[in-house]
Design a protein around this ligand. Structure first.
Ligand SMILES: *Cc1c(COP(=O)(O)O)cnc(C)c1O
Length: 221
């Protein structure tokens, strides 16, 4: 199946109220153009270096979904419309400062940790406090919550993790619940997802990490 065929099939099955973000990490620019030509409205990238050239002339809403390193905040704030992965105050501070320098108000989601397989994300118990602090930044616009489901979890664990994310969103407020990837978007939609992030379901298997991102390829001798 082509990218256009996969996207059309997904768009027909996913409720119209749910935004599909096409996750383009490690995909060539050609595939991104193909996806946008097929009707994709939102694209997601994990690595700002990779995204800058690739997404420059792409007409779609751009989501940053990777770990926010504070030294990359300027580049992230400049290249993206929505940063889904704000999981700590230092990242928010750096993004707010960068957005201010750019004269822009940056959309953000609070990344929650609802899964033991995840390294990043704010603990649900601290989410309300972090949300309050995010709302204090004039140049950040907190729109909701993002979370990654348990990788390799059973269906029950996945559903439970997504229900936790939905409950946290209900507490902190906001209209966006970004949960669900290629392997678990059905559970996410059942839990109230408004935004699913699909890579392999749209593009097929991901190409290998480019050498520039792969520490194992760095020669030290
Ligand atoms: C890679 C990635 C996705 C997409 O993963 P697939 O399983 O290919 O759909 C979604 N969200 C985040 C944060 C990712 O890093």
């Amino acid at each position: 199946m082509s990218i256009a065929e996969r996207y059309a099939a997904l768009r027909a099955e996913v409720p119209a109220s749910v935004t599909i973000v096409a996750v383009t990490k490690f995909q060539p620019a050609e595939s991104v153009r193909e996806a946008v030509a097929a009707g994709v409205t939102d694209v997601g990238e994990n690595y700002v270096q990779e995204a800058r050239a690739k997404l420059e002339r792409i007409r779609a809403r751009k989501h940053f979904i990777g770990h926010v390193q504070t030294n990359k905040a300027k580049a992230i704030a400049g290249a993206f419309d929505l940063v889904e992965s704000v999981d700590r105050i230092e990242a928010a501070e750096a993004l707010a400062k960068a957005a201010s320098a750019l004269g822009k108000r940056l959309g953000v989601l609070l990344q929650l940790n609802v899964s033991p397989s995840e390294r990043f994300g704010c603990a649900p118990a601290q989410a309300e406090q972090l949300a309050e602090r995010l709302r204090a930044f004039e140049t950040l616009d907190l729109q909701g919550v993002m979370a990654i489901g348990p990788i390799g979890g059973d269906r029950g664990e996945i559903a439970h993790a997504f229900e936790t994310a939905a409950a946290v969103l209900a507490r902190i407020g906001g209209g966006t619940l970004s949960i669900g990837m290629s392997g678990d978007w059905r559970e996410a939609v059942a839990a109230g997802s408004t935004m699913i992030r699909l890579g392999t379901a749209i593009f097929g298997p991901r190409p290998a990490r480019p050498a520039s991102n792969n520490a194992a390829n760095v020669r030290c001798l």
